[in-house]
Design a protein around this ligand. Structure first.
Ligand SMILES: [Zn+2]
Length: 254
């Protein structure tokens, strides 16, 4: 595990972008833009819970490619994203051990060929929308070893987990803990606010900070306000970039 070096950066990502969450995503992007954020990694689900492929949704591809033209990045995020309930509590390992059940970890327990097939189909969906993803991030960061091999062999440049960014091309891992909120229950929201306040402070000296936003976060005022406030604070001392830009920067300046 190598430490990130050079320009202090912040990567803000929006998870679970799809026609299902499209309007909420636009709302989030609007408010982030108001903070001065001009580069976001959009984690796009090719067929969210099987409710419809992105290529079948009128206007979605146009909107997505427009966002890429303005500086955002598209990251492939699973295929169906089968897990219904929210993960990414900041306690991913606990979720794996305590509440993981068969069929929920789309890219966690699947075999190599199955993963490759989903990756290819996802890539085709994105291509039909006029965009290409250099990165792949598994739902809830749950990427099993076979699936990871498939991601690498499909030619993706990088992946991330809750605690690191892995560049396949340079074979380097960068330790970096993502801020992420859990909003499913009141007590989780209270814990999330305290945890992320602590984590933001604890990682304030890190050269890469990560903010991971899920669309349901925006339904809760206190969570939304904290995310926007932390974004503004980080933008004051850091350069905003996408994962793709950040990984490329590390390669060019090892
Ligand atoms: Zn997700």
């Amino acid at each position: 595990m190598q430490k990130a070096t050079k320009t202090p950066a912040v990567v803000v990502s929006i998870h679970d972008v799809s026609p299902v969450t499209w309007s909420r995503t636009q709302e989030i992007l609007g408010e982030l833009g108001g903070c001065g954020l001009d580069a976001v990694s959009l984690l796009v689900i090719p067929d969210h819970h099987g409710k419809g492929r992105i290529s079948d949704c009128a206007g979605f591809g146009e909107w997505l490619s427009g966002r890429v033209c303005k500086g955002d990045e598209v990251v492939q995020h699973g295929y169906f994203h089968r897990r219904q309930s929210r993960l990414g509590d900041g306690f991913a390992m606990r979720i794996v051990t305590e509440s993981y059940t068969a069929g929920e970890g789309e890219f966690f327990d699947c075999q190599y060929e199955e993963a490759r097939e989903m990756l290819r189909r996802g890539r085709e969906e994105l291509a039909a929308c006029g965009v290409e993803a250099k990165g792949f991030i598994a739902p809830a960061w749950l990427l099993g070893s076979h699936a990871e091999e498939a991601v690498r062999d499909e030619g993706f440049d990088y992946t991330t987990r809750i605690g690191m960014v892995r560049d396949f091309k340079s074979a380097r891992d960068f330790s970096s803990r993502s801020l992420v909120w859990s909003v499913r229950a009141g007590w989780r929201r209270v814990c999330s606010l305290a945890w992320n306040r602590f984590l933001a402070e604890a990682t304030s000296g890190s050269l890469l900070c990560r903010i991971g936003i899920h669309p349901p976060d925006w339904e809760h005022g206190a969570i939304r306000r904290q995310i926007l406030s932390l974004t503004r604070t980080m933008l004051a001392g850091r350069r905003a970039m996408t994962y793709q830009q950040w990984v490329t920067l590390q390669r060019n300046d090892p």
